[in-house]
Design a protein around this ligand. Structure first.
Ligand code: NZQ
Ligand code: ZN
Length: 389
């Protein structure tokens, strides 16, 4: 196992009715800005629960944070923050609202120096975030893990890029599986596939004998394989135990635990971000297209873990090395298909002619040494996209 330091300070309130805990979690004298998206929280009762919990607080609202939140939208919150001396942010929504609120939190206390200084530097130039407003969240879509991690993703002019800082990790996260009942099938499956791929990005690399991390990861994958389809099936779609297991799996998949002390890949995500940036494809649907191709192109470098994945996650033990790996990749694709997400570029109407521009963007964004061995050059990314056609 590799050396690591691990700390996750987000306090989780899990279960039905936990939105009430907001009244205790946010200081009574705080001036709170509730941030949210396009209005799902107004039609599913989440907004009412939040407002009821904050009946003794002073709060304001900022809405309209869109999926794949844009810099332009997020910067509009700054005037409101100044006007009302906001000192606490409460994100109520999916990963986009939580990510966007993280950016708002850092931008609010940004003191740029020099001409052209801009909070976008956190994203484009990796400039360190040195201060951020405190924030908490009520998660409504299990998927990203953003509710208890220190990362976010923001888009500006078709450039979709990540940023990181422990200062933007939410202080608390409310995870009530009941609020996920209003999700569309598309968002349910997107969330499950995103959580699955987060686990794979930290698991399917090379072995460093991290037994705890590996077995946690395998448990998360099996949970998602078992309960993912149940969350979509008509008879079980309203089962709160299923929703709860999916929700907790998604949080655990990207809260730092399974990634501590092991190599990580993230090539699928970085290539996927270009597909979203250029073509607006849902985040998870880019991953279900790219991951099987990464497994195929990197099968030698990942051989040992692919065989472990085949055996421990899918019970594939028969046949020679190639047969078992082929079977594991095919079963992964079948799982994605059962979750109703695309597994080929052609499924989203993209073809060979679109690949050059994607590779150009990857290169422009510095994504030229991806993967656990930094071996995924733009040429290898091209091969991955060609394999995904
Ligand atoms: O905007 P509203 O009206 O709330 O509707 C949203 C949105 O249209 C809707 N929704 C959310 N909760 C709902 C609901 N509809 C009905 N009932 C509910 N309970 O779902 C739509 C999609 O929401 P979004 O927040 O965009 O989805 P998701 O949680 O999948 O977040 C995706 C974003 O997170 C980033 C992605 O790149 C993408 O920008 N990621 C963030 C990560 C992180 N911070 O660690 C890691 C991930 O890999 C990912 O990159
Ligand atoms: Zn993701």
């Amino acid at each position: 196992m590799l050396n690591f330091s691990f700390q996750n300070t987000t306090k989780i309130h899990f279960g039905e009715g936990q939105i009430k805990s907001l009244s205790q979690e946010i200081p009574k004298d705080a001036k709170v800005l509730i941030t949210y998206g396009g209005g799902s929280i107004k039609s599913n009762g989440v907004y009412e629960q939040v407002v009821a919990a904050l009946s003794e607080h002073t709060f304001f609202e900022f809405s309209g944070i869109e999926p794949n939140p844009s810099y332009d939208t997020l910067m509009k919150a700054q005037a409101l923050i100044k006007e009302h001396n906001i000192d606490f942010l409460l994100a109520v929504g999916g990963g986009s609202v939580v990510d966007g609120t993280k950016f708002i939190a850092a931008a609010a206390l940004y003191k740029g120096e020099g001409e052209g200084a801009d909070p976008w530097d956190f994203v484009a130039k990796g400039k360190a975030i040195t201060q951020a407003l405190p924030m908490g969240c009520v998660l409504t879509l299990p998927a990203t893990g953003s509710e208890s991690n220190s990362g976010g993703v923001v888009t500006r002019d078709g450039n979709k890029l990540p940023f990181f800082s422990p200062l933007v990790r939410p202080l608390f996260a409310v995870l009530d599986p009941a609020v996920t009942l209003s999700l569309s099938d598309r968002q349910i499956s997107n969330g499950i596939v995103d959580a699955f791929v987060h686990t794979m990005e930290q698991y399917l690399t090379y072995s460093v004998n991290g037994k705890v991390q590996d077995r946690f990861a395998e448990g998360l994958l099996q949970t998602l394989i078992e309960d993912g389809p149940k969350a979509l099936a008509a008879e079980t779609t309203n089962d709160l135990e299923v929703r709860g297991n999916v929700m907790w799996a998604a949080t655990m998949a990207l809260n730092g635990l399974i990634g501590a002390g092991v190599p990580q890949d993230w090539a699928t995500h970085m290539i996927g971000h270009e597909l979203t940036g250029a073509h607006g494809i849902d985040h998870a649907r880019t991953l279900s297209i790219v991951l099987p191709a990464v497994m195929k192109v990197c099968r030698e470098a990942k051989q040992e873990k692919l065989l472990q994945y085949a055996e421990r996650v899918w019970n594939v033990t028969e046949g020679d090395v190639d047969t078992r790996i082929d079977r594991a990749i095919a079963l992964t694709e079948q799982f994605f298909e059962s979750m109703q997400v695309p597994t080929r570029l052609s499924h989203v109407d993209l073809g060979e002619a679109d690949i050059d521009a994607l590779i150009e963007k990857l290169t422009e964004h510095g994504m030229v040494k991806l993967g656990e061995h930094s071996a995924i050059t733009p040429e290898v990314s091209r091969e991955i996209l060609m394999t995904a056609l």
